[in-house]
Design a binder for this molecule. Structure first.
Ligand SMILES: [Fe+2]
Length: 293
């Protein structure tokens, strides 16, 4: 696959860190118009009380309204397991199309079974407005964006590249954070290594924007690096680490990791493009499958 890289286009990127989930949401603006996209929004949840609120999403909405921007896309880099998407809430207020990788269907099939969803839960990705294939392009104003299919962390992961800016989802972390786990259903460490190499084949000066950062070793939270920096310094794949080394390390590490705190509500909501499921009477309701994850 040859991707239409154009390093002369430099979108304006605004980042919004969510402390509760260590997620970074982005507003990506075409520099030649008022058009923008959101990448990986967050809906707030107090899981103990089952309470959903929208402070983080409201901040994104406030920024878009106050800067007089036109929201064209609400992008999910993948089905997140650690935070809930606010895509439908934002879409209702500002419009825009919700997009994700077409392999969402695999994720829906897997977790449709885990959560014992009935036939009313469609496993065809139809909850989303747009399903992307590898190398698809779309426009934010006058700026072309292309997608790179990057499975491994999950089967539906995609990196979105707008000019010199790439939104890597959980394909990579900051150089001192390494990479994301590859042990969720449908994840695979060797596949993740190949996907990371794909991202690292972009020009060295490409700006990379992370979906998560945990400030390893007490450093301040950070979310932006470059391909060149990751190639040289990434602790899991930098300095020419081999696929074998990576796979061995990743599998050993993943075996020790606990499930993310919000995986149960996150998957149920995110596989529905951010809609909270409802019970037979139409009340918003989440399930907890016992001993299934
Ligand atoms: Fe993730």
């Amino acid at each position: 696959m040859t991707y239409p890289v154009n390093m002369n286009i430099k979108p304006d990127v605004q980042a919004f860190f969510d402390e509760a989930t260590n997620t970074i949401s982005y507003i990506v603006k075409d520099s030649t118009s008022n058009s923008c996209a959101i990448v990986d929004s967050v809906m707030d949840i107090g899981y103990a009380a089952g309470r959903i609120t929208y402070d983080h999403a409201d901040e994104l909405i406030h920024q878009i309204v106050s800067q007089d921007l036109n929201l064209e896309w609400i992008i999910e880099t993948h089905v997140h397991a650690d935070h809930l998407s606010a895509a439908p809430y934002i879409q209702e207020k500002l419009g825009g199309k919700i997009g994700i990788g077409s392999k969402i269907m695999i994720v829906q099939d897997t977790f449709g079974k885990v959560f014992n969803e009935g036939t009313e839960f469609q496993r065809d990705g139809s909850q989303f407005d747009q399903l992307f294939e590898d190398g698809d392009t779309y426009m934010i104003g006058n700026m072309q964006v292309f997608t790179m299919y990057t499975p491994g962390h999950t089967p539906a992961c995609m990196v979105h590249v707008a000019g010199d800016a790439a939104f890597v989802g959980d394909t990579l972390f900051m150089p001192d954070g390494g990479s994301a786990r590859a042990d969720f259903p449908g994840g695979d460490a060797a596949t993740l290594y190949d996907s990371i190499q794909k991202v690292l084949s972009l020009p060295d000066e490409t700006r990379l924007f992370m979906c998560h950062d945990y400030g390893p070793n007490g450093r301040d939270i950070a979310w932006e690096t470059t391909v060149g920096d990751e190639k040289a310094h990434n602790i899991h794949v930098g300095g020419g680490k081999s696929k074998e080394e990576f796979v061995e390390f990743r599998m050993e590490r993943d075996a020790q990791l606990a499930m993310p705190k919000l995986i149960i509500p996150s998957l149920q909501v995110n596989m529905r493009a951010g809609e909270v499921p409802t019970d037979v009477d139409g009340n918003p309701m989440l399930k907890v499958p016992v001993n299934k994850l």
